[in-house]
Design a protein around this ligand. Structure first.
Ligand code: GLN
Length: 554
């Protein structure tokens, strides 16, 4: 019988509910249990695919092509739980499906209402993940308790335990215990209020996970326990981690959260196996090198917009025992101030994916700088398309080369709309999405990095490299080193004569894990380390290069 864990959040958003849920999933897996992860989001968009990264952060793409919340990225990085379309539902999707049923006449004669029709649909999507080979389903409810939008989800998970059996369900509430400087103490009242609200709608949390900056005293834990009606051992401290998010699971184990969960749900399990994870943190703590990778995008100031990219760079750093500092550089700042001023001093450049014309010229300029100055470069999706535009303009000499996404009547559309996109007008869920196989050229940089000629990577785009320019690119030294298996779609371009210059139409960042860095990120970091070491040698004999202007460790 599958057991269910529900994770809710209170007091404020951005408490790290996704990370905590992913950590719980990981700890249960490490105890030998089979876990499935799921996120229910209260907003009305059918999926986050049509939202701006300013609103919602990165859109995380799964193998099956679903465009999902970025928390699913945490789930995949921390666990082996297979994720599909069923792993992320929104209010929009739930309503859409109920309304479609109504139109088909499935509720004929009845008034369709939030309770029971919407709540039944929510319970149905939770139940979908239960199976004989699944021990635990972890369902994270987006938003915070008290939001109007969250109410149907909370009502549904309340009912859920009545329908199955209370002992099969566990409610975990993540809350904030702030430190008030003026008072010089931690405050438990927001937690009491948040749990109070949950109890009002009929949910008594079993476990409270308390995010805090400072340690919570035994006295404060007792107070929280008493007012929130939970035993003291179920008040778990989760202190802020300045160093790395990958510390979270280990600190939860120290506070015995995993033990508590298996006891409460009566799950037979082993002690958690965490040696590789500890080793990972050790590598992170004792790096042998330190390099700077410039990430040039138009959402440079927004941490969540390139979440998986930053994580994948970290994984590659762990792989090479290298601290990867990330210089988050605004592509429009490059347009204003020039690439040399902002990029001199970086050891590698990454240009991520994106949509829309703003900042394009800055990306193109950044790539030119990396190509000419022999700086290792990885281009991703729009980053690859910009690399093609840059090469066409500055090497082949096709002056107004562009993508038809930005210039409809350029004389040299080196990037153009995919054939399959030509008739599509709807914006939601209609790009070329999800896992697609690709074939790599023998002896290419890409093949060496992957160690195989057959790969599968996730996509999210409407535009592609224009095949009519392939010959000219090749003649000038840009190799097409990866294509769709039929050879029709260009997936990778690279410069064999450059220390490392690879650009891909897909999103490798979605498949990188802390314990298995993605080969292309690993190759970028390796090349950047080489450059850094070479530069350090040169610097010993000459004047040092200035460091990049905007440097941030994320
Ligand atoms: N805007 C480009 C396209 O649709 C790139 C998309 C992306 O970077 N994800 O093809």
């Amino acid at each position: 019988m599958t057991k269910h864990i529900f994770v809710t959040g209170g007091v404020v958003s951005s408490l790290g509910k996704g990370l905590t849920s992913a950590s719980i999933g990981m700890l249960l897996e490490r105890r030998g249990l089979r876990v499935r992860m799921q996120k229910l989001d209260p907003y009305i968009n059918v999926d986050p695919g049509t939202m701006s990264p300013y609103q919602h952060g990165e859109v995380y793409v799964l193998d099956d092509g679903s465009e999902t919340d970025l928390d699913l990225g945490h789930y995949e990085r921390f666990t082996h739980s297979p994720l599909t379309r069923d792993s992320n539902y929104t209010t929009g999707q739930i309503y859409l499906s109920v309304i479609e049923k109504e139109r088909r006449g499935e509720f004929l004669g009845k008034t369709v209402q939030v309770i029971p029709h919407i709540t039944n649909e929510i319970k149905h999507v939770i139940q979908k993940l239960a199976a004989p080979d699944v021990d635990v389903v972890i369902t994270e409810i987006g938003g915070t308790v008290g939001d109007i939008e969250s109410q149907p989800f909370l009502e549904a998970i309340r009912q859920f335990s009545l329908d199955t059996d209370k002992s099969n369900c566990l409610y975990i509430h993540l809350t904030l215990v702030p430190y008030l400087k003026a008072a010089g103490e931690l405050k438990t009242k927001p937690t009491q209020h948040s749990v109070g609200q949950l109890r009002q709608i009929g949910i008594q949390p079993d476990i409270l996970i308390c995010r805090c900056e400072r340690p919570i005293s035994r006295e404060d834990r007792e107070k929280i326990a008493l007012f929130c009606n939970v035993p003291i051992e179920a008040v778990i401290e989760e202190r802020d981690k300045d160093f790395s998010i990958y510390e979270v699971p280990l600190s939860l184990v120290e506070n015995r959260l995993d033990q508590l969960i298996v006891d409460r749900l009566d799950l037979a399990s082993t002690e958690p196996e965490l040696d590789d994870w500890r080793e990972l943190l050790h590598r992170l703590r004792a790096p042998r090198h330190e390099i700077t990778i410039g990430v040039v995008g138009k959402y440079a100031e927004h941490f969540d917009a390139y979440k998986s990219i930053y994580e994948a760079l970290d994984h590659a750093g762990m792989h090479h025992r290298t601290a990867v500092r990330i210089a988050r550089i605004h592509s429009e700042a490059i347009e204003r101030e020039g690439a040399a001023r902002l990029l001199t001093g970086i050891d590698g450049l990454l240009v991520p994916g994106g949509f829309g014309e703003r900042g394009i010229e800055g990306k193109v300029e950044a790539i030119r700088f990396a190509r000419e100055k022999q700086i290792p470069f990885l281009g991703i999706c729009l980053g690859m398309q910009c690399a093609a535009i840059e090469f066409a303009r500055n090497v082949i000499g096709l002056e107004d080369a562009h993508s038809t996404e930005f210039s409809k009547d350029t004389r040299h559309p080196v990037i153009c709309l995919l054939d399959e996109q030509k008739e599509i007008t709807d914006k939601g869920g209609t790009m070329r999405l999800g896992a697609q196989p690709a074939l790599l050229a023998e002896g290419s940089i890409a093949e060496r990095a992957y160690g195989t000629r057959h790969i599968s990577e996730r996509h999210r785009h409407r535009y592609e490299f224009n095949n009519s320019y392939r010959r000219q690119f090749a003649a000038h030294g840009m190799q097409v080193s990866g294509t769709s298996p039929d050879g029709m779609l260009v997936e990778i371009i690279e410069l064999p004569e450059h220390p490392f210059f690879v650009a891909v139409q897909y999103h490798p960042e979605f498949k990188s894990k802390p314990t298995a860095a993605h080969p292309l990120f690993a190759a970028l970091v390796e090349a950047a380390v080489q450059r850094h070491l070479g530069r350090t040698d040169r610097e010993r004999n000459a004047t040092p290069e200035p460091s990049p202007t905007v440097t941030d460790e994320h």
